[in-house]
Design a protein around this ligand. Structure first.
Ligand code: NAP
Length: 236
């Protein structure tokens, strides 16, 4: 079975639609109505989890039978906050850390002992590598994920549990809808990238499938940058 957290989002739902074709899946999300409809359509189980509420440490033991082999975990939970540090409130900063970094800790801590020979994937962002103005909170959270991934990869290598991150640049999704709401914003965003394009789930899906598969069996502790070159390549 594969666990997909943030399954009601753009990336999470695309991953769920793909994985359910060949495997059992279990969905995790915060919106009960959306999650019920999605789980019914995909004929699978689900767990409600809102990172803004207090979370139960043993939440999943009741919902996912201990006999079931968990082959993979993909955490697509995330948020964006574009503000300079001096304009970011303590609550806003904490929310970004909780949604992005704490969710990753919480999910891997919950499932790591049940994922021998498994593969887990977390989402970072280009903002963890490249200094982008007004991205301080999200950059801190995502850079935290990249460090967490390297350390966890070392801890769980003895169980052959692989831990990796994918770091996209801006891509079409619910999250970026406001940022990409005008033609000029789309043009500016495209032109920031050496390969001039906004990303979308089709850029991410093959990487997710590869990281979950045996083809990547010697890959752990890595962050795969899917960002049109923005993190490391100079635009001409
Ligand atoms: N889109 C981009 O440009 C971009 C760029 C770099 C990195 N990323 C990362 O890629 C991953 C996937 O994002 P996406 O683009 O697919 O965005 P998305 O469509 O907005 O999906 C985000 C998911 O996170 C869930 N979520 C948010 N806050 C939560 C909370 N407090 N508790 C539980 N769940 C919560 C959302 O639930 P609801 O469905 O209920 O809202 C949704 O399922 C994220 O980690 C994001 O940070 C995205």
């Amino acid at each position: 079975m594969y666990i997909i957290a943030g399954s009601t989002g753009t990336t999470g739902s695309a991953i769920a639609d793909e994985l359910v074709k060949t495997s059992d899946i279990h969905l995790i999300g915060r919106n009960e109505e959306k999650l019920r409809i999605q789980a019914k359509e995909l004929n699978c189980g689900f767990t409600l989890l809102d990172l803004n509420a207090t979370v139960e440490p043993r939440l999943f033991t009741e919902n996912i039978n201990s006999e079931i082999e968990i082959k993979g975990l993909v955490n697509c939970i995330g948020s964006i906050l574009l503000k300079p540090l001096h304009g970011t409130s303590t609550d806003e900063f904490n929310d970004v850390i909780k949604t992005n970094l704490f969710s990753s800790y919480y999910l891997l801590a919950s499932f790591s002992r049940r994922m021998k020979n498994g593969s887990s994937i977390f989402f970072s962002s280009v903002a963890a590598t490249k200094g982008l103005a007004n991205h301080e909170a999200i950059s801190a959270a995502k850079a935290g994920i990249e460090g967490f991934v390297r350390s966890a990869a070392s801890t769980y290598a003895k169980d052959n549990l692989r831990v990796n991150a994918i770091a996209p640049s801006i891509m079409q999704s619910n999250m970026s809808e406001k940022i990409l709401s005008t033609e000029s914003a789309i043009e500016i965003s495209k032109n920031m990238h050496p390969i001039s394009k906004i990303g979308d789930v089709n850029d991410i899906l093959p990487v997710v499938k590869w990281l979950l598969s045996d083809d990547s069996k010697w890959v752990t502790g890595q962050t795969i940058h899917v960002d049109g070159g923005l993190s490391t390549v100079k635009t001409r």
